[in-house]
Ligand binder design. Sequence first.
Ligand SMILES: Cc1cc2nc3c(=O)[nH]c(=O)nc-3n(C[C@H](O)[C@H](O)[C@H](O)COP(=O)(O)O)c2cc1C
Ligand SMILES: [Mn+2]
Length: 497
Amino acid sequence: MVHVRNVIRVESSMTDIRRAVQPAANQVPERAYGDNTPQPIRSLRDWLDHLAARERLVVTKPGTSLRFELAAIAKRLDGLRATLFPRPDGHPIPVVSGLVSDRGWMAEAMGVEPAEVLTRFQDATLNPIAWRETASAPAQEVVHREIDLARLLPLPVHNEHDSGPYVTAGLMITRNPRTGKQNVSIHRCQLSGPNRLGVLLLPRHAHMFFEMAEQGGRPLEAAIVVGIDPLTLLASQAIAAIDVDELEIAGALHRRPLPVVKCLTSELRVPAEAEIVIEGRFLPGLREPEGPFGEFPQYYGERADHHVMEIDAVTHRKDAIFHTIVGGGLEHLLLGAIPREATLLAHLQRSFPNVRDVHLARGGVCRYHLYVQIAKRQEGEAKNVMMGAFAGHYDVKHVIVVDEDVDIHNPAEVEWAVATRFQADRDLVIVPESQGSKLDPSTRDGVGAKMGLDATKPLNADDMRFKRIRVPGEESVDLTKAIGPVPGQSWRKAIGD
Ligand SMILES: Cc1cc2nc3c(=O)[nH]c(=O)nc-3n(C[C@H](O)[C@H](O)[C@H](O)COP(=O)(O)O)c2cc1C
Ligand SMILES: [Mn+2]
């Protein structure tokens, strides 16, 4: 195990450490689903218990450095284990990271089979459940009105060239100044002063609300919720219409109304079970430098003048836990991927009922490469599906359409389909100069090409031409019965040499 030396600061025996860097699934025959429909996970603490019971939570020695070391450990264990860091740099509030860095874990949090994750998410977005207000809440057990964020919270620095400490896993709650409807989204928040955060608001809902407020010369109230259950985190990433409150999607994923409490300094309602809430306002007519910051495409988002939030209060539980998401890690990628897949699948199926499944591949940073599986009925159809996919989200850059027999969750299978069912002169579609992702450094400020590959078989091909080879019995053969007692080293003996 070559990597072990680098994680010896983690407080465990060597065996535990070796196990920690093995895929967790190997050790976890037990599944969270089964005969009795399991309940979804509804709090961060329940989720940590769930992970701990399955040996998926690593607790480090106290005192991990908030500058790089915490992110280094979290990133090494990304996708394998969640990590809890007690007393980081001596701070009384522990930090947790890597809560949802595996699709199977998200299925468990939902209480469904992995294959049902997208349909469960679609169902929750179609049938939101309104929240329920409570008068008092764990999230407000401790109240701070003298704000020095660097002292109050354990804010880590993640990547080499990040401009400084950030809040990266906060749900930004805002409210439409015209309709009063709330919105939830995640934004990177740079520590810019004792009571000041520099926030990247890309032009979506929170940004629209801010523009409405700013046009009237008014600030926009906002609250940042840190330390929340995985389903509420996932709900925040729904691609929903403006005035759809993502906390209601969280309620639907929880299968019951989300308890919320009124903020102390604003009309906003925040999840009552949250660990930490940062209350404040976006200031009108002001932009300040923010960035660079390590982003999901594995490059830095640039430093530029961005929005400024002034903080009025911080509330938290007595024994609060701070959550951080390391930029570009699996946790970050998957939180975006699952809701996008759910939306793209629903969007494609509206026009193409024979679309079976979609997958945003890890190699395409869970945003740019979309694999689509179809039950092909018509020649040419794959190209229409590509065009639908490009229209579904501007981040979609390369689309590969494959037949039903190709496992789109396995990139090697998709590559095999391209290798053997695709000819570039007839199966390739290129759309030049279209809108793409501004964070893709190969675009010109977000303008770039789309590419689609039709890797489906022709419908009229002879049966044998595209028949996949298969050895009868390969899947079912019982190796324990088949393999003899003589070890390989003694093969001469086995053949009587
Ligand atoms: C970890 C993480 C970090 C994110 N950082 C930002 C960010 O800095 N700025 C931004 O505009 N969106 C960011 N996003 C994406 C938005 O949260 C996401 O698009 C959200 O669905 C937008 O919500 P809305 O459609 O209600 O506006 C981030 C997402 C994740 C999962
Ligand atoms: Mn929204």
